[in-house]
Design a protein around this ligand. Sequence first.
Ligand SMILES: Nc1ncnc2c1ncn2[C@@H]1O[C@H](COP(=O)(O)OP(=O)(O)OP(=O)(O)O)[C@@H](O)[C@H]1O
Ligand SMILES: [Mg+2]
Length: 455
Amino acid sequence: MSATTRILFVDDEPAYCRIFRTRIGADPQFQIETANSGDEALTRLQTFPADIVFADMNMPLMDGIELLTEIKNRYPQIFVIMLTGDDATSQVVKAMKAGAYDYLLKPMDLEMVKRSIQTILDHKAAVQSGRSERCSQGENFCFENIIGQDRKMFEIYEQINQVAQSMATVLITGESGTGKELIAAAIHAKSPRKNKPFIQINCAALAEGLISSELFGHEKGAFTGAITRKKGFFEQATGGTLFLDEIGDISPTTQVSLLRILELGTFQRVGGSETIKADVRLICATNRDLAAATREKLFREDLYYRLNVVSLQAPPLRDRKSDIPLLANYFLERFSTINSKQIEGISRDAMDLLCAYDWPGNCRELANIIEHAVVFCREKSLTRELLPAQFKTTEPSVVPVNNITTPTLAEAEHALIKKALEASNWNLKMAAEALDIARGTLYSKIEKYHLHKPD
Ligand SMILES: Nc1ncnc2c1ncn2[C@@H]1O[C@H](COP(=O)(O)OP(=O)(O)OP(=O)(O)O)[C@@H](O)[C@H]1O
Ligand SMILES: [Mg+2]
């Protein structure tokens, strides 16, 4: 981050530009440029690498939202703050959805302006502290391998920084593919335990009969097959962090064992009598609604409260659509390198389709789609033809004609899931892999579509 912060102020009213330049520009840490229209602003940005843009919402010709959209497409790293004459909620909501960092009401309160600049600088500093060498992306939007510059993501980065310093148990919730694993890894990496083990366990994959021995270990001869003493995950993670992924999938018996260890802070190996102190920081994640599961008595309420000391919610991608170009380019770079391809970028129409899509599978779905497109790409840029079928539904050719109706998305999904379950003879692991979704997601879809294994 440079010591000088470059700010572009855009307003069709020259008086506002003058006030901003003289009052905010009086502080030597800010370098100010102004523009009286959207067009002029875009021209300025070609030579003036602004960190922050303040843009008036109501301007003739190109209005503030159009300018914001254009800036986010061309320079996703720029923070944009909208200025609005009246508190037109629908406009404000539209601007925030299009990636505005914040909005301020006019007439402009210079103290508020300074405060919003400071918040951005604080956010930038937080991200800066999480820079990772593996991230080649710009400094403003990569925090410990998590990509995102939407305000919701900055809030996540700040929460990670805060909780990393404590020992509190953290529950990360969010839909499938929203980056919960990355968040858990980031909390560990930012914590004082970072040089100790980070042990990650997928609870849904643990065999029911062996779960206690997996978690707590066992003594030699504890049961048939226990030929040596074995340390469990709690012991392996000593001094470090234990990440229990898909915690919503654990059985009632395991819930009791976990509750016990959280209450006592100690455990015993299976077949052992030694009491061992659990020196681990626990992080859990789930894509299920655990609060609802407790109401339905599927998950123990007492355990839920123990796990949910601090909760972090990974936002779905459709709620931070302004991050789509950033993520798409990040995945493009990643998969181009892996596949030794030189692809310079994503065509504008392909990017428009990506931005318009709702991403039920979130970042994982985006990563998969870009990977697929990269593999089949023969040109210098990634074009819309390389996107899969769901992106072609907007084209006239698939609009129902002559009373021939296409299935709805839910019908198609239902049919696909049913087919995958039948093909795998209801082997959930295989079906989830074939569908390229997490097992937890498959469970919830099975519930959603009321699917039942045939007797
Ligand atoms: N913000 C992000 N920046 C970069 N990559 C991301 C981001 N979020 C997710 N990904 C990528 O998307 C994929 C899925 O992420 P992750 O496994 O963390 O999701 P999850 O929330 O744990 O999903 P599930 O509930 O299905 O287990 C990974 O390849 C991850 O690297
Ligand atoms: Mg996961």
